[in-house]
Design a binder for this molecule. Structure first.
Ligand code: TRP
Length: 443
């Protein structure tokens, strides 16, 4: 089986692909507004704490399950242990389905904004008008759904071909370009008059602001941003060559993802304060703030267009990994042809995304527990399903298959891993207990 499925050719190729999954809208769109909604620096600290303990450990667990399981999440659990453990794989497929439904809506916004930047959005001038334009756009019953469809079609087109060398090679060029552009934009944002308040908000913690909701949001986002808890990294892990050092790869992917998120914070938050926006404005924050930054730059329309194209590509490489989980399940376990699986899954996910998009406009009056459909899908998937998946993945590795996972001759991690003892303790006790505690205290 391993031969026919193909492998990443180099360690770097694999790390970039996994980083391509991890780095996406979560880093640049979601992270800054979560920091804004959740009191700034305290959220950042809690988030970093989760990332480098639980996040790193679960990522290693997923890579290892994938490499020795050599299958999609459902197949990998069935193959390694079977029984009720297979349900963890099913939960992952379901979660991928839900996440992609609203992810694609936001992915559509990035495409739309690339076009809008190119066709004179910035002539609106002041930040306030840009904010109103964004609100009118996402509230429209037709336009964002059109772009949501376009984003799903692009994602499906790539996944239908298998994750071939084309997109992999494209990412290897585009991701570094995105990175450079982010750094340039950060400099512009930090040097805006009034930016200091935003930097202080991002870096100076006010510990009196800690509350359970923020801790859940930080944990949920750690999973979301690293693409953990639903088997995306199990699927990618199934393509890693046996020579690759898994702990080092996990550390690389985690660090790259964190770096990009922190850069996005330094891009968005200073500008938010400089332009007098509300940091708690929610999902629209990034899309309102960024155009305002571009309007204060020479060649703003050019850089703005470039930026949204690159953000769209980053979103696409993440969306691919979400769709790939659902599709590889349908192909491996249900025997569907790849193209049919893409068509079926893509259509269903598109349809589930429609109410998410409408909930930001014409259906905004329709709420569940005070949240619109978009927020419900996001909250359920990110803050409940992903951490729950994380509990089971940790327990599975820590208690059920640990010797197999460490067995280097079998595709496992191998005994040159010096932190195996610590890692085992985290998987056995720390991660499950901490995640469960956060979940319970939040409900
Ligand atoms: N991590 C991606 C982002 O930050 C989103 C993503 C891709 C994801 N695959 C995932 C989230 C799997 C959770 C699970 O944008």
């Amino acid at each position: 089986m391993a031969e026919s499925r193909g492998q990443f050719s180099t360690r770097t190729g694999f790390i970039l692909a996994a980083a391509g999954s991890a780095v996406g809208l979560g880093n640049i769109w979601k992270f800054p507004y979560l920091v804004g909604e959740n009191g700034g620096a305290v959220f950042l600290i809690i988030y970093l704490g989760f990332i480098f303990t639980i996040g790193l450990s679960v990522m290693l667990a997923e890579f290892a399950i994938g490499r020795i399981g050599e299958r999609n999440p459902v197949g990998a659990f069935a193959h390694l242990k079977g029984g009720p453990w297979t349900a963890v794989g099913y939960m992952g497929v379901f979660t991928g389905f839900v996440i992609l439904s609203f992810y694609s809506v936001v992915g559509g916004w990035t495409i739309a904004y690339a076009f809008k930047m190119a066709s004179g959005l910035l002539s609106l001038g002041d930040p306030k008008a840009l904010g109103d334009a964004f609100g009118a756009f996402i509230g429209d019953p037709v336009e964002p759904i059109f772009y949501h469809a376009l984003f799903m079609i692009l994602t499906g087109a790539v996944v239908a071909r298998g994750i071939g060398t084309g997109i992999e090679r494209a990412c290897n060029i585009l991701m570094p370009v995105l990175f450079v552009l982010l750094v340039v934009l950060c400099v512009r944002s930090i040097t805006l008059p009034g930016a200091a308040a935003g930097i202080a908000f991002f870096l100076q913690p006010d510990f009196s602001k800690i509350n359970p909701a923020m801790v859940i949001a930080a944990l949920g986002h750690a999973f979301f941003s690293l693409s953990l808890g639903m088997g995306a990294m199990i699927t990618y892990g199934s393509y890693i060559s046996r020579q690759t050092n898994l702990p080092r790869a996990a550390l690389w992917v985690t660090s790259l993802d964190t770096l990009i998120a922190v850069l996005a914070g330094f891009l968005i938050l200073p500008a938010v304060f400089a332009f007098g926006f509300d940091p708690g404005a929610g999902p629209g924050l990034t899309f309102i703030t960024l155009p305002a930054v571009f309007s204060k730059m020479p060649l703003g329309a050019f850089f703005g267009t470039l930026f949204f194209v690159l953000l769209g590509v980053a979103a696409l490489t993440s969306a691919m990994s979400l769709l790939e989980v659902v599709v590889s399940f349908l192909v491996d376990e249900k025997g569907l042809q790849r193209r049919k699986a893409v068509l079926a899954a893509g259509t269903a996910i598109f349809l589930l995304g429609v109410p998410s998009s409408l909930s930001l406009g014409v259906w905004s009056g329709f709420t569940i527990a005070g949240k619109g459909f978009f927020d419900v899908a996001d909250y359920l998937a990110s803050n409940i399903l992903l951490p729950t998946g994380g509990i089971f993945i940790s327990i599975f590795v820590g208690w059920v298959v640990f010797p197999k996972i460490m067995d280097g001759d079998n595709g496992g991690i191998g005994d040159e891993f010096r932190w195996a003892g610590v890692w085992r303790i985290i998987c056995r006790y720390v991660a499950p207990a901490a995640i469960a505690w956060v979940l319970v205290s939040g409900l």
